[in-house]
Design a protein around this ligand. Structure first.
Ligand code: 5GP
Length: 199
């Protein structure tokens, strides 16, 4: 049983998005405007992808290390997604919320459900970033790199799961055509988050 935190002074911005939605650039733009905002680094047991950096995109740890950290109670939330484990360390979030900070986590649906049990609604904003339907994402992914039918099917299944989190969002941002509007809308969410902090 988890217990709802009280006296949260900062604000948590939870970002959910299907793969290929361009959420990274939306978040980076907001970080340029608000350098004091913090984007958490999760732990994962999945293999590192090309161009990823350990300790930057994720802390890449073994499944055994992940289990040990679950047992030690290190994670605020954690989930198994597509066969791998992902978790947000408490140390990434709690001290910053205590310090009136705005913190961004990028997580999937099971993690959001856990956070809803822990963080009062007035201290958390859930954002879903979308970029068109499956056809748009498929065409974009195919333009970037050739993909086998198996890979394409795996991506489609992942899209179906990720899309299920949309109804949980407080704010839905469409990052399909007009990127500047998407940037402005997310920046507005961050402005509001700062206003809600109890300095
Ligand atoms: P990817 O493997 O593509 O980086 O991420 C797969 C999914 O895991 C994405 O939906 C991503 O948002 C989610 N994710 C990343 N870190 C965490 C985390 O710490 N906790 C949870 N619950 N999901 C995460």
């Amino acid at each position: 049983m988890s217990t709802m935190l009280n006296n949260v002074r900062g604000h948590l911005v939870v970002v959910m998005a299907p793969m290929g939605s361009g959420k990274g650039t939306v978040i980076e733009h907001a970080l340029e405007l608000h350098p004091s905002m913090y984007r958490t680094i999760s732990c994962t047991s999945r293999a590192m992808r090309p161009k990823e950096v350990d300790g930057d995109h994720y802390h890449f740890i073994s499944p055994e290390q992940f289990e040990a950290r679950i047992k030690s109670g290190d994670f605020l939330e954690w989930a198994t997604f597509a066969g791998n484990k992902y978790g947000t360390p408490k140390s990434e979030v709690l001290p910053r919320l205590d310090n009136c900070g705005v913190v961004i986590v990028e997580i999937e649906l099971q993690g959001v459900e856990q956070l809803l049990e822990l963080i009062p609604r007035e201290n958390m904003t859930i954002v879903y970033i979308e970029a068109g339907g499956w056809e748009v994402l498929r065409a974009r992914a195919a333009a970037r790199a050739p993909m086998s039918d198996t890979e394409l099917e795996a991506r489609y299944q992942r899209f179906l799961i990720e899309q299920q989190s949309k109804p949980m969002a407080d704010v839905i941002i469409n990052n399909d055509a007009d990127i500047e509007t998407a940037h402005a809308e997310f920046a507005q969410v961050i402005e509001e988050a700062y206003k809600k902090c109890k300095v």
